[in-house]
Design a protein around this ligand. Sequence first.
Ligand SMILES: Cc1cc2nc3c(=O)[nH]c(=O)nc-3n(C[C@H](O)[C@H](O)[C@H](O)COP(=O)(O)O)c2cc1C
Length: 150
Amino acid sequence: MTKAIVFYDSRYGNTETVARAIMEGMKKGGIEDVLLASMKTADEEDFRGRDLWVIGSPTHWGSATFRLKTLLVNAMKDEGKDKRAAVFDTRYKGMSRGASGKISSLLETYGIPLVTEPMAFYVESGGSSLASGEAEKAQAYGAEIAGRSR
Ligand SMILES: Cc1cc2nc3c(=O)[nH]c(=O)nc-3n(C[C@H](O)[C@H](O)[C@H](O)COP(=O)(O)O)c2cc1C
């Protein structure tokens, strides 16, 4: 049975909203055991025994947050064998680059394959709220991850 973690960072709450919606979609898609782990409280232990890692970050200066990358690398050093992953980010509408590219490269370095393409979720300029339709898109992405993880 797949045991999953949705590990995310979020400064203003948009990435957290997306992470929750992805988790709901994964559960609807048939993965019952999904740990939602915020960077604010997570540690390497949270990854232990979980074989599907869904990682998301706000885009900061074209990359993921430094603290998310640091914890992810430590988790991969401890627990990175025989895992699969999916990656998402939030970014300003219209931006072609985001945090998910950087997270994907890190995962690749440690030999963790993606089950599906990285996904960007857009926030309105100013970063105050998700663009319309993005929460629904996140649920669908979660269901897609579940479908590809069986
Ligand atoms: C310090 C900082 C740097 C940012 N850099 C970028 C960027 O390079 N590209 C981009 O699309 N959005 C950028 N943004 C916008 C954030 O990606 C956006 O506000 C984020 O998705 C909000 O996520 P959160 O509510 O989970 O913190 C930046 C925001 C902050 C605060």
